[in-house]
Design a protein around this ligand. Sequence first.
Ligand code: HEC
Ligand code: HEC
Length: 275
Amino acid sequence: MKRALLTTACILAATAASAGEDSTLSIEGEDYITQTAAPEHMEYVDTIYSGWTFRTDETQALQMDDFDNPAFVFLDQAIDQWDTVEGSEGKSCSSCHEDVADFAGLKTSLPRVENGELVTLTNLVNECVTERMGSKEWKYSGAKMSGMTALIAHQSRGMTMNVKIDGDAAPFWEQGKELYYQRVGQLDMACSNCHEDNYGNMIRADHLSQGQINGFPLYRLKNAKINTTHGRFKGCMSNIRAVPFKEGGPEFKALELYIASRGQGLSVETPAVRN
Ligand code: HEC
Ligand code: HEC
């Protein structure tokens, strides 16, 4: 069935559904920060909320029990991958890195600038895969990479997002901000039109969140796999009928830094569960 093109006004129903603002995300006895004061650089928002806040009770519950959380099947696969020898050097991740738990805290500070370039967790893993293992680059949002980055980001679960946005990071952050507010596609919409102006409202059957990335990589019920930030950005751009930027490309990396900075102070939830 062909869907009629809709404008901002009519796809965003006026009814504000209640965000579960009073519910607490607690996993294995630990409470997570799912709402907090917005960082100073955000002009139009007072409080930031994790995407978890906007999901149904059922979806929320899946994330509150690691046994029920379907993402952990993929994390287990990544644990196997961690010990798998690959590439011309005959090495596995565990040949050089003692314990994946040593990466605790890493996700809170990514993306970050290294030698004048913005690097994501995916870039860091691929640097080891290609340069240190002598293997072929893993596909940016492929199954192997999304599982491994989820496993590594999971080591930071419960820690608060804290990316650097000044100094050498500033130009990338500015670029990301510009992209966030830039209208694109046939629907002529910006990320901000949905995730800043209309969070809490319903869009078709979906409850709009602030589009935070503190839970990524995360499991989506919709496609039953681990989804990456860039994969999600791509999906949102396609939904507004824009030609998405390339996963792993400079635009999405800059956008990732900017959006990470809009979540400063929220707990890392990886692997979160979403619809
Ligand atoms: C030949 C040794 C070697 C292998 C094999 C290797 N790494 Fe690394 N890795 C390093 C070194 C050296 C660094 C840079 C120094 C550091 O941060 O530990 C690094 C850095 C990293 C970082 C960034 C850490 C940070 O704090 O900046 C990540 C993430 C990482 N490796 C993941 C992996 C994964 C996943 C694999 C397997 C797919 C892997 N590495 C395989 C040696 C290796
Ligand atoms: C037409 C409205 C719309 C626009 C414009 C839009 N999105 Fe979304 N986005 C959604 C909907 C609907 C969802 C699913 C419900 C939710 O989490 O908000 C979503 C989800 C997300 C999520 C997942 C949040 C989570 O916690 O799982 C991220 C991240 C995201 N969007 C980023 C973006 C970015 C970046 C842009 C701009 C390139 C953008 N979106 C533009 C509608 C939109």
